[in-house]
Design a protein around this ligand. Structure first.
Ligand code: ATP
Ligand code: MG
Length: 292
């Protein structure tokens, strides 16, 4: 299988990019794929806080020419293995997961952010080199990129090196005009060169789902096509935006209160194999593996 390079992006912040990218990456590794997850949210990195692993060097170092690929990629397959053994009673997994962490230190962010146009160009060249070296040396099935929201230098770079874009939207808080502009101005110019883009709706139905471990026999019917309080059906909103942006919908994930209000969501897709969110991640991971 050729390596698929997928960027999670959004117009607004807080749409679920990091949560979905991390859960999907871990689930794909559990399923036997080799995955690299990169934190390209350089202005407000979050994978470090999410995974709590200390890398040898930062992606920032690589982009500035001060590190090699193997120094910035942290091997975290043990987390996937531990969780699979503990929560799913499975034997060893065949997949692998590496993460490229971005530094949260303000001077590091500033160094990446404030380059002259010449240094910016060289950082972009280094980023393309990172992707190419990862694909060549790590025999990857997936490169998954978590980006900064909005139209910013490093978000656009991340979109430009990906072959598939997931525009993540949080239902109930969608800036329709902004999303349409993003789709036509930015995504439109990339799709001209063969990049594929999809809408990924998150927190769609807006009602509480029961706690962990509950089995849903009729999950599809209980969570989709729900009429919202304001009278608009979720799928009407999805269809309208899909039509207006001319982008297909890759996934529509309900809102789960136990995730929203948990102190710290961490790899729900591995920790709670029977959770309905896990089923949604399974569907998305399968689509990533088979449909893209
Ligand atoms: N389907 C969901 N149901 C309930 N809560 C969710 C869901 N998806 C994500 N969340 C919660 O929404 C919050 C924002 O998610 P996340 O940090 O992944 O968004 P983000 O797009 O990466 O944000 P940013 O743009 O700031 O990087 C988190 O608290 C997360 O646990
Ligand atoms: Mg994030």
């Amino acid at each position: 299988m050729a390596t698929k390079c997928i960027a999670f992006h959004s117009y607004k912040g807080g749409t679920g990019k990091t949560t979905i990218a991390s859960n999907c990456a871990a689930l794909l590794a559990k399923k036997g794929f080799k995955v690299a997850l990169l934190d390209l949210d350089v202005y407000a990195p979050s994978l470090l806080a999410y995974f709590q692993r200390q890398p040898r060097k930062w992606l920032n170092d690589y982009l500035l020419g001060n590190a090699e690929v193997e120094e910035v990629m942290t091997h975290v397959t043990d987390i996937v293995e531990d969780y699979t053994r503990k929560y799913d009673n499975s034997a060893e997994i065949k997949g692998k997961l590496w993460i490229g962490f971005c530094s949260m230190k303000k001077e590091e962010i500033y160094r990446i952010e404030s380059g002259t146009s010449e240094t910016s160009k060289s950082q972009l060249r280094r980023f393309i080199l990172l992707r190419d070296n990862l694909i060549r040396d790590y025999d990857l099935d997936f490169v998954i990129i978590d980006t900064s929201p909005g139209i910013r230098y490093w978000s656009i770079n991340a979109l430009a090196v990906a072959d598939t874009l997931f525009l993540t939207l949080k239902m109930g808080d969608i800036d329709v005009e902004g999303t349409k502009r993003l789709a036509s101005e930015i995504y439109g110019s990339l799709t001209k060169y063969g990049t594929r883009s999809f809408l990924l709706f998150n927190r769609v139905s807006g009602y509480c789902m029961p706690v962990h471990g509950t089995q849903f026999s009729d999950q599809e019917n209980t969570t989709k096509n729900t009429t919202l309080i304001d009278g608009y059906g979720t799928s009407d909103a999805e269809n309208m935006l899909s039509k207006e942006t001319r982008m297909d919908v890759i996934s529509a994930i309900p809102c789960y209160c136990d995730i929203q209000f948990s102190r710290k969501e961490f790899l729900t897709a591995l920790r709670y194999p029977d959770h309905p969110f896990t089923k949604e991640m399974e569907i998305l991971a399968n689509a990533m593996a088979t449909k893209l």
